[in-house]
Design a protein around this ligand. Structure first.
Ligand code: CO8
Length: 222
């Protein structure tokens, strides 16, 4: 087994790819609050039984007004990254609007993946009906997305950032909404630029889904 563990200082700086970097600590607390409120809005709109046209029209106008006010500021450059300090003193980069774990994306679940004591990464997340597929259950595509993020993060932290070349998901048991999902992943081995990674989701200790993946590490520009 070959695992090339590189300290963050040796990982490619996204600025080498022309991508801007935001420090996680510099994201305003008020923006985090707004992200949480907009997520609650998505969940509420998806589930409202309100049918009064006046109430619905008033809500749409209010949302449009807030959208226009925020749109007055320039948009972030596509590919903007966030640098996060990890509990073990290391740090990592992620896309700030990443749909699975982006700090400023109201559609993203509140997933934070951190190094696990025994190696690899772990995180916990509880999903609401925004992520519903079958009644009361997490959508299978979202299960794959959570696992993709976990194997990608495990690979990135153990070696260097890469893209998912292959992801195979086994859906063992239904994965429920409104229950804490424990997500773990770890590198099995590396071969040149290929990183073989395994991941899984557990609910109350039982595996509901597991994945095997090949990440291909990106080459850093000279
Ligand atoms: C911290 C951040 C977490 C982020 C988690 C989220 C991750 C994602 O969602 S990434 C987005 C989804 N993935 C993609 O869009 C990737 C699309 N695919 C590609 O861009 C390319 O096929 C890519 C980059 C994977 C490989 O292309 P390239 O860089 O030209 O590599 P290439 O030289 O062909 O192959 C390198 C090695 O990988 C192998 N390989 C390439 N593709 C595959 C594949 N699909 N299956 C198995 N092996 C593969 C090759 O055989 C080769 O192996 P070897 O070293 O033994 O010869």
């Amino acid at each position: 087994m070959t695992v090339n563990t590189q300290p963050a200082t040796e990982r490619p700086d996204p600025r080498a790819f022309g991508l801007p970097v935001v420090e996680q600590a510099d994201i305003p607390a008020e923006l985090r609050t707004l992200v949480g409120r907009v997520h609650a809005l998505i969940d509420t709109v998806a589930n409202t039984t309100e049918t009064d046209p006046a109430v619905l029209a008033e809500a749409a106008a209010a949302v449009e007004e807030v959208t226009d006010r925020l749109a007055a500021a320039p948009r972030r450059q596509i590919g903007t990254m966030v640098r996060r300090d990890l509990p073990d003193g290391d740090s990592e980069y992620g896309t700030i609007t990443n749909i699975v774990a982006g700090d400023t994306n109201p559609a993203a679940p509140p997933l934070s993946l951190v190094p696990a004591a025994g190696g690899g990464v772990h995180g916990e997340v509880t999903l609401d009906t925004v992520y519903q597929g079958p009644p009361g259950l997490v959508h299978g595509g979202w299960i794959a997305a959570l696992l993709d993020q976990a194997v990608g993060t495990a690979s990135s932290l153990a070696t260097s950032p890469g893209l998912t070349a292959r992801l195979e998901v086994n859906y063992r048991r239904p994965t429920p909404l409104f229950n804490p999902l424990e997500i773990t992943a770890e590198v099995e081995r590396t071969e040149r630029r290929k990183v073989y990674v395994n991941g899984r989701i557990r609910v109350n200790g039982e595996v509901t889904a597991e994945a095997t993946a090949i990440m291909v590490r990106v080459e850093v520009p000279e």
